[in-house]
Design a protein around this ligand. Structure first.
Ligand SMILES: *Cc1c(COP(=O)(O)O)cnc(C)c1O
Length: 375
């Protein structure tokens, strides 16, 4: 029937095709008793490192842990400033604060909504240690420009790749993949992410063996050898059942990302040149994995448009309604309204449309028709 509700995401539909494989993997772990650590963890880490083209992957409890442990692994701490985008999920800045450093939130490009390299450059000061480009909505940030300015100013680069598992971009004739670009990259396996666990999860990828070793130690109470605590760390390990299930999902991730791209292509085709609506630009050479499908509408019309879609049974969301520098938790930074005008304006314009691999093309068409009618 044509008026079945269209959810924003459908995690149950995502589980269905591999349900038996997941249950078998869980049963195997129940029978071995290796619930924390054990072979499933190392196997997933090796497979995920291979997928990203990174020499090392270290699994951790959450994406926020991945950011925090990566920052600490890169030597970021109290007294340091870390530059990141104002329009990310709160955790990007939160992890910087948890590491003891100070987030410096900068504006984004108006077309792609990823961090603006020029804004990064002008925010660099004597205490800047690190830049955290966010591969927002599944598209790689301007990594070429950011790597160049980081090299010039001797800054570490930590990719926030929580929304970009498998995203690529052609840089200087070479294809680079999220997770194999900066000094380290942080991934989240929160259930709604492109690669999602059945619970919380995260990982850090890096080419630096020293950073990988430090993160392995930090996630396990700072232990070197057993009962030998070299520093104060965290309990931030990823459990074996999650790793075993993630290995199964990872084997199907390219397929799922390709499906997201096909759905995005249909949205783009149907919504191009629609007056009163803007799409997020795709950078030349970038292959986005569409964690989210974003459209921008005129400020002041958003609620009415979302209400009209809701009446048609179409669920939407907003990512994110308030930029990080305007959150109460960061009032003390003193970055008031007007400090990141593009991010602030985008926050009032954006609508996230339904996007998940099991969404049908006819559902996309229905969303586009409803948007056209609402506009
Ligand atoms: C989801 C997300 C995080 C945090 O990951 P958790 O696993 O929820 O802790 C960080 N940054 C971005 C951009 C995210 O989307």
């Amino acid at each position: 029937m044509s008026h079945e509700p269209i959810p924003f995401v459908d995690l149950v539909a995502g589980v269905r095709p591999q349900r038996e494989a997941y249950l078998a993997a869980i049963a195997k772990i129940l029978d071995t008793g290796a619930f924390v650590g054990g072979p499933a963890v190392g196997e997933f880490e090796a497979a995920f490192a291979r997928f990203c083209g990174a020499p090392h992957a270290v699994s951790v409890g959450t994406g926020t842990d991945a950011l925090l442990l990566a920052l600490r692994g890169l030597g970021v701490g109290p007294g340091d400033e870390v530059i990141t985008a104002a329009n990310s999920f709160f955790a990007t800045a939160e992890a910087i604060s948890l590491a003891g450093a100070t987030p410096v939130l900068v504006d984004v490009r108006d077309d792609t909504l990823t961090i603006d390299p020029a804004a990064v450059e002008s925010a660099i000061g004597p205490r800047t240690r690190c830049v955290v480009p966010v591969h927002l909505f599944g598209q790689l940030a301007d990594v070429e420009a950011i790597l160049a300015l980081a090299a010039r100013h001797q800054l570490a680069v930590l990719e926030d790749a929580a929304q970009a598992h498998g995203a690529t971009r052609v840089v200087g004739g070479k294809t680079v993949t999220a997770g194999a670009i900066g000094d380290a990259a942080a991934f989240s396996f929160y259930p709604t992410k492109n690669l999602g666990a059945f619970g919380e999860g995260g990982a850090v990828t890096t080419a630096r063996a020293d950073v990988a070793d430090r993160i392995r130690r930090l996630r396990d109470h700072g232990q070197g050898a057993r009962h030998d605590h070299l520093e104060v760390g965290y309990n931030a390990r990823l459990n074996a059942i999650s790793c075993a299930c993630l290995s199964i999902s990872l084997a199907h991730l390219d397929e799922a990302n390709a499906r997201r791209r096909a759905l995005a292509a249909r949205y783009r085709e149907r919504l191009t040149d629609l007056p009163g609506l803007r799409l997020v630009a795709e950078d030349p050479g970038a292959t986005a994995v569409y964690h989210l499908m974003i459209v921008r509408v005129d400020v002041g019309r958003r609620d009415a448009i979302r209400d009209a879609l809701a009446k048609d049974g179409i669920a939407t969301a907003i990512h994110y309604p308030r930029p990080i520098h305007l959150q109460k938790a960061y009032a003390h930074l003193g970055q008031g309204e007007g400090s990141c005008p593009i991010a602030e304006r985008a926050a009032m314009e954006m609508i996230s449309l339904p996007m998940y691999p099991e969404l049908s093309l006819s559902a996309v068409d229905r969303v586009c028709d409803a948007l056209r009618a609402a506009l």
